[in-house]
Ligand binder design. Structure first.
Ligand SMILES: NC(=O)c1ccc[n+]([C@@H]2O[C@H](COP(=O)([O-])OP(=O)(O)OC[C@H]3O[C@@H](n4cnc5c(N)ncnc54)[C@H](OP(=O)(O)O)[C@@H]3O)[C@@H](O)[C@H]2O)c1
Length: 337
């Protein structure tokens, strides 16, 4: 195929907030396919807070993206050429193909998905990493029981909006913490949360006392910082705190704030546990089956916030840190054939 490929490669390690200059926008000819390889036209690129961490030097749960490398990203797309028996042109696939318009890869580097019953973009959202994060983080680490009170921060985002809805499906009382009255109204009115706390407009500690009179049984933390401390101060006996993320701290590398109310864990015989979704990849089929069933049955709303255009990648990524997304932020880079 005689097409050129555009890519965003890491140009520099960000100092604080990510900037467009931290990436190089590169144009390259597409390489020839070797036996066993496929050419994938990428249609959707997942925009994730974790991308900020992958741009840093240093040890994490995955190696950092190296300077000059294509920025790491989960993607969904369509096979346009195949030299593998596993996939044919027209197959829809998902995989970690990076921030580029096309990818040449081994057929085994992607997996074929059913884009008939749910839209392809869901495979980077509710049926991709954010969905698996919500499902396993809540059900395995948070282990909520019917009737318990679950509080989730980042509640109008990709992971948080699913966590709250799954907790409702499991018979819990759910309180979401999100920024702004529109997001708070959305999680209560559309997603069925029992209550919402607007951390930008009210005192989170006071609101948690009001909405969780018996304390918090499961706190699913996406944001860290002051909100984590406020939740720790309100734990019920035997509470589980799921450390999923700390987006409020990702751009403050020199002064990352840790929890100061951790003695609440002792007083309440509670547990706080870090969680990384990659540890559950062997069980993806189980989660995808159940989540897909809930979506098809109209029991789970998997809202997407779609930004169009490949070149918008750096600015679109920043929307996560400005709180401008509602639901899963996705970059749409091509139309389905
Ligand atoms: N452990 C894992 O395996 C794993 C896997 C996937 C994701 N994660 C983590 O899960 C969290 C949510 O990810 P996501 O993909 O679902 O993103 P998201 O929630 O869709 O988007 C990020 C949201 O974070 C909120 N936010 C930004 N800055 C904030 C601040 N200073 N204080 C409080 N909230 C802030 C914004 O919402 P508001 O408008 O409400 O502020 C924004 O919309 C992230 O921390 C991410 O790193 C962890």
């Amino acid at each position: 195929m005689d097409a050129v490929n555009h890519q965003f490669r890491l140009a520099a390690r960000p100092d604080g907030m990510v900037k467009r200059e931290d990436f190089d926008y590169v144009e390259e000819p597409l390489p020839e396919l070797a036996d066993g390889q496929v050419l994938v036209k990428i249609l959707y690129i997942s925009l994730d807070p974790a991308m900020r961490g992958w741009m840093n030097e240093g040890r994490s749960y995955v190696p950092p993206v190296q300077i000059g490398e294509i920025m790491r990203a989960a993607t969904a797309g369509e096979v346009v050429e195949s030299r593998s028996e596993q996939l044919v042109a027209g197959d829809k696939v998902s995989g970690w193909l990076g921030v580029q318009e096309y990818a040449v890869c081994d057929a085994g580097a992607v997996f074929k998905v059913d884009a008939q019953s749910v839209s392809l973009s869901k495979y980077v959202g509710a049926l991709g990493m954010p969905g698996m994060t919500a499902y396993f983080g809540l059900l395995e680490v948070g282990a909520p029981k019917e009737g318990e009170t679950v509080v989730v921060s980042g509640a109008a985002g990709a992971v948080g909006s699913l966590v709250g809805q799954i907790a409702k499906l499991k018979g819990c009382r759910v309180v979401g913490i999100a920024g702004g009255p529109e997001k708070c109204a959305w999680i209560v009115d559309e997603l069925g949360f029992d209550a919402a706390i607007d951390y930008k407009g009210e005192d989170v500690g006071e609101a948690l006392r009001r909405h969780c009179p018996e304390g918090i049984d499961v706190y699913f933390d996406n944001v860290g910082g002051e909100i984590l401390d406020a939740a720790l101060a309100r734990l019920a006996r035997g509470a589980r705190v799921v450390i999923c993320g700390a987006i409020s701290q990702y751009n403050n590398l020199d002064s990352m704030r840790g929890p100061s109310n951790y003695m609440s864990l002792l007083v309440n015989r509670a547990r706080m546990e870090g969680f990384v979704v990659v540890d559950y990849m062997g069980r993806m089929a189980e989660a995808m089956g159940e989540m897909g069933g809930w979506i098809a049955a109209g029991k789970l709303i998997a809202k997407e916030d779609v930004v169009e255009g490949f070149e918008a990648f750096p600015e679109a990524l920043l929307k996560l840190f400005a709180g401008e997304n509602v639901g899963k932020l996705v970059l749409k880079v091509g139309a389905e054939g």
